[in-house]
Write a protein that binds this ligand. Structure first.
Ligand code: NI
Length: 184
C-alpha cells in the first residue's frame, strides 16, 4: 500500500516521534508499506512522520547511490538516538519528499554514532560516515520534528518563504501522492 506523503506545513512534521515497542499495531505492514511508498517516490529515506505517524521510525535505502563503502545500505531504524556527531562540517545538497522542488546545501558533521533497534527490536550501535551518515541525519531529524530547511540561513529561509507556502497549499506539481495541510 502506498501512503500519501505529508507535505510541509503539516504539524505532524514538527512533532517528536514517540518510542515504540514490538506491540505497535501492524508494524510489519507499516514497514513494508513505507518501503513501497519510498520507492514509488524515488526517495532514499522515509520517516514515519512523513506518512502522518508521529513515531521514532525511519527507513533508508541508498543502494541507488552506489556508495562503495555501504553498497547494500537498506535498513529500518526504530527508537534511534544519535549518540554523537564528529568531524568538520561538510556541505551537501539535500532535498525532501515532504518539501518537493526545493534543494539546499546543508552543513552537517561527516561521522555519527547511532543507537537503534532493527525491525526485530534488536539493539545496535553503529558508526557511519559520508552519504550514509548524511541520509541517517536527515531522516533522524524527521523523527525529532526537524526539517533540513531548519539548517539553512535566515536569509535563505526568507527567500524560500513563498515557495514553502505554496507547497503547504498544494500548489506544487509532484509525480507522487501527497497530503497537503492547507486547503486552497
Ligand atoms: Ni526528508
Amino acid at each position: 500500500m502506498i501512503y500519501p506523503i505529508v507535505a510541509y506545513g503539516d504539524p505532524v512534521l514538527r512533532k517528536v516521534g514517540t518510542t515504540i515497542t514490538k506491540d505497535y499495531p501492524g508494524l510489519d505492514d507499516l514497514i513494508k508499506n513505507m518501503f513501497e511508498t519510498m520507492y514509488e517516490s524515488n526517495g532514499v529515506g522515509l520517516a514515519a512522520p512523513q506518512i502522518g505517524k508521529s513515531i521514532n521510525l525511519f527507513i533508508i535505502d541508498t543502494t541507488a547511490f552506489e556508495d562503495e563503502k555501504y553498497p547494500d545500505f537498506k535498513k529500518v531504524f526504530i527508537n534511534a538516538e544519535i549518540l554523537n556527531e564528529t568531524g568538520e562540517l561538510w556541505e551537501f545538497e539535500e532535498g525532501c519528499l515532504s518539501i518537493p522542488k526545493i534543494r539546499e546545501n546543508v552543513n552537517r558533521h561527516p561521522q555519527i554514532t547511532i543507537k537503534y533497534q532493527d525491525e526485530n527490536f534488536v539493539w545496535h550501535e553503529e558508526v557511519y560516515d559520508g552519504i550514509a551518515a548524511r541520509v541517517i541525519q536527515h531522516e533522524y531529524d524527521h523523527v525529532k520534528g526537524k526539517l533540513f530547511i531548519d539548517h539553512i540561513s535566515e536569509l535563505k529561509k526568507r527567500l524560500l518563504k513563498n515557495k514553502l507556502l505554496r507547497i503547504a497549499k498544494g500548489e506544487v506539481n509532484v509525480d507522487y501522492r501527497m497530503r497537503f495541510p492547507v486547503l486552497r
